[in-house]
Design a protein around this ligand. Structure first.
Ligand SMILES: CC(C)[C@H](C(=O)O)[C@@H](O)C(=O)O
Ligand code: SF4
Length: 470
């Protein structure tokens, strides 16, 4: 039986193995941000340890950074986390894309963008959405702060080898259906725990046809299904995405490296612990209506009825969710009115996401009762979008055009949704209070968010979207 990409990468990285114990694995790249690193550095300092491989470590600031005036940080905790990261990077010799750097951005956007993220790597970060980097064919996962300290000190990590889950997506995506809808659909069918203990490999015709950016959106939300990580075997799309990026090998060295990367893909006869098959033809534009990402339905559907719940537990959680969300059972998704739109986050803030949203809003106006934000995932995305005039399209339509950061994805900076108000958001989490105390989040694709900004409610983008937009 052949090997999966997960087995291949894992085997190359095991430093120490003992029966019945977790493996000690080597970590190729350690990404660091301001929220989960301060205690880890304090620990090193206390134990008088150095960072083992500063050149395999890279830091940025994203969660706390203001997206309007970079220098107006009201929250003392946020300010402290940012100045502490600066000091730590200086002291321990770690490269930092700080607030003024042209490389600054959400850690999961800049890793691939700078070519730091590469096929075959093991990548960790004190952040759950590290799974995003798996789109390039790496095993990439989030770790806790004590593990951050361990990796800083040793460049290794104790990990139990995960089980493998193949998700094969075949067929043809309908008009108006994006990779965000695919992952929301998977979550709506399989729940928020189906991936527990597994690394998911996404494959099939639909994945093959996707761009790198679309693949990143899918891998990003693997964690929302409970998986340890999600990845995609690298192919020509991956290699051409990486060619010429700042940290990828150049010239002949690149060609040689690509030859090694080609070996990584799962063998045709590789055995997985589990397999899920998805038919892309049935997926419609999706909108989350509840308080976890699996509480999601198609745009033509309605909020479920309590009487249709399988058991009392499910009924209770549905009741609580629709109460928090201020919705009614049986209410049509297309009748939900929104007051805020957030296009951003590590799920959907890359250039292609912004292009799709811009195509939808071009020459139109944001609904008078809606406040709409576009927050590019990085300074580089912002610059590229501006060179294409996307900022002008958005601003003319009535959107605010911001500096890069996590922004409204979570309420750790000034961008929050007021209590009781509703936001169409391209982010990945819709838990109670995620975008602000009492805020109500609906997870959608960039085109759906853009359309919601124009109409003040959710619309069937498969009817409204122009063919060129997708
Ligand atoms: C702040 C950080 C620890 C957190 C995470 O790990 O995911 C954040 O990025 C999030 O999306 O909730
Ligand atoms: S954009 Fe959101 S999900 Fe991504 S790292 Fe930032 S806070 Fe976490």
């Amino acid at each position: 039986m052949g090997k999966t990409i997960i087995d291949k990468i894992w085997e190359k990285h095991v430093v120490h193995q003992e029966e019945g114990e977790p493996d000690l694995i080597y970590i190729d790249l350690h990404l660091v941000h301001e929220v989960t690193s301060p205690q880890a550095f304090s620990g090193l300092r206390m134990k008088k340890r150095r960072v083992r491989q500063p050149e395999r470590t890279f830091a940025t600031m994203d969660h706390n950074v203001p997206t309007v005036n970079r220098y107006k940080i009201d929250d003392p905790v946020a300010l402290n986390q940012m100045t502490t990261l600066e000091k730590n990077c200086l002291e321990f010799g770690i490269p930092l894309a700080g607030m003024d750097s042209p490389e600054q951005g959400i850690v999961h956007v800049i890793g691939p963008e700078l070519g730091l993220t590469q096929p075959g790597m093991t990548i960790v970060c004190g952040d759950s959405h590290t799974s995003t980097h798996g789109a390039l064919g790496a095993i990439a996962f989030g770790i806790g702060t004590s593990e951050v300290e361990h990796v800083l000190a040793t460049q290794t990590l104790w990990q139990t080898k995960p089980k493998t889950l193949k998700i094969e997506i075949n067929g043809q995506l309908r008009k108006g259906v994006t990779s965000k809808d695919v992952i929301l659909y998977i979550l709506s069918k399989h729940g928020v725990n189906f991936g527990q203990g597994h690394v998911i490999e996404y494959c099939g015709e639909v994945i093959k046809r996707m761009s790198m950016e679309e693949r990143m959106t899918i891998c990003n939300m693997s964690i929302e299904g409970g998986a340890r990580a999600g990845l995609i075997s690298p192919d020509e799309t991956t290699f051409s995405y990486l060619e010429g990026r700042k940290h990828t090998p150049k010239g002949e060295a690149f060609k040689k490296t690509v030859m090694q990367w080609r070996e990584l893909a799962s063998d045709d006869d590789a055995g997985f612990d589990r397999t899920i098959m998805i038919d892309a033809n049935v997926i419609t534009p999706m909108v989350s209506w509840g308080t976890n990402p699996s509480m999601t339905s198609g745009i033509k559907d309605s909020i479920p009825y309590l009487k249709d719940c399988k058991n009392e537990l499910e009924q209770k959680s549905l009741e609580r969710a629709i109460d928090y969300m201020g919705l009614k059972e049986g209410q049509k998704i297309a009748d939900i009115e929104i007051q805020h739109v957030f296009i951003g986050s590590c799920t959907n803030s890359r250039l292609e996401d912004l292009r799709q949203a811009a195509e939808m809003v071009k020459g139109k106006n944001v609904h008078p009762t809606v406040r709409a934000l576009v927050v590019p995932g990085s300074q580089q995305v912002k610059k590229e979008a501006e060179s294409e005039g996307l900022d002008v399209i958005f601003q003319k339509a009535g959107f605010e055009w911001r500096e890069s950061g996590c922004s409204m994805c979570l309420s750790m900076n000034n961008d929050i949704v007021p209590s009781g108000e509703r936001c169409a958001s391209t982010s990945n989490r819709n838990f109670e209070g995620r975008q602000g105390t009492g805020a109500r989040t609906h997870l959608v694709s960039p085109v759906m968010a853009a359309a919601a900004a124009l109409y003040g409610r959710f619309v069937d983008v498969s009817e409204k979207v122009s063919v060129e937009a997708l």
